[in-house]
Design a protein around this ligand. Sequence first.
Ligand code: NAP
Length: 284
Amino acid sequence: MSIIVTGASGQLGRLVIDQLLATVPASEVTAVVRDPGKASGLAARGVTLAVADYNSPESFDGLLQAGDRVLLISGSEMHRDRAAQHQAVLGAAAKAGVALFAYTSIIGSQTGPVTDDHRATEDAIRASGVPYSLLRNNLYHEMVTMNIPAALQHGALVRAAGDGRVASAARADYAAAAAAVLSGDGHEDTVYELSGDTAWSFAEFAAELSKQSGRQVPYRAVTGEEYAAILSAAGLPDPIPHVLAGFDASITAGELAVTTGDLSRLVGRPTTPVADAIAAALAG
Ligand code: NAP
């Protein structure tokens, strides 16, 4: 078996490699990074390293082989045409004749710049004729627990999610699902709607944070515009404040409350409760 993981220097990619190495010999795993300087830890674990950049389609020439199982981790450069970036990897995969092309997409049917990139990539994958698995991830728990230091500092958890609920899951859970698809059988031409087993509200999150931290940290709901302005003032560059406010709008609309059970079925256990992610963030 030959498994290729792009974006392997990122947070999700590293966790996918961790999960793969629990069941697959390192000699069968290739980590694709654009900056080898970020990959010394991966090389030390015995995986093969390859260097390629989504912005340079030619950098993928000859990198993929017939029969490979490939995971394309969606790009993180929001100012780029990510659909074109992903096409660079897909084109190489189709040319090589890979056995499986898995892609980290996004759950739900909402629209917006981030989602539109994912849908365009999904359409291109389906049209390519390559056997595929669409891993439609919901929100990471960590996209909320990263707010904990600011919430403790300001005495309130500020978001623009109204009373909406979100079935987030730990990044490590999504990584385990990706590893299961890459190393298992029968995942050709599948679409998995991956989310946590339980949808929770921000009021519930704030109550759990208050309980665990011993501090009163109520949820304060603001409008999307107010939230984007707060994030901009905190130094986040465009378009990230608007992207994050857009996710909260999706939560408000109930679009991320979907609980299909696909994630726990793929990993063979319940998903990690958000309370555990809060505990890990407070400990870390
Ligand atoms: P991350 O830590 O930012 O990792 C992104 C990975 O993509 C990194 O390895 C990065 O390489 C690589 N990458 C970016 N642009 C590239 C390019 N032009 N060529 C080659 N590689 C490139 O993000 P993550 O937490 O692992 O999440 C993985 C992806 O999921 C993100 O990229 C994003 O599309 C999406 N995401 C989902 C959620 C969610 O809540 N579901 C949240 C955030 C992001 P470098 O290490 O060199 O930068």
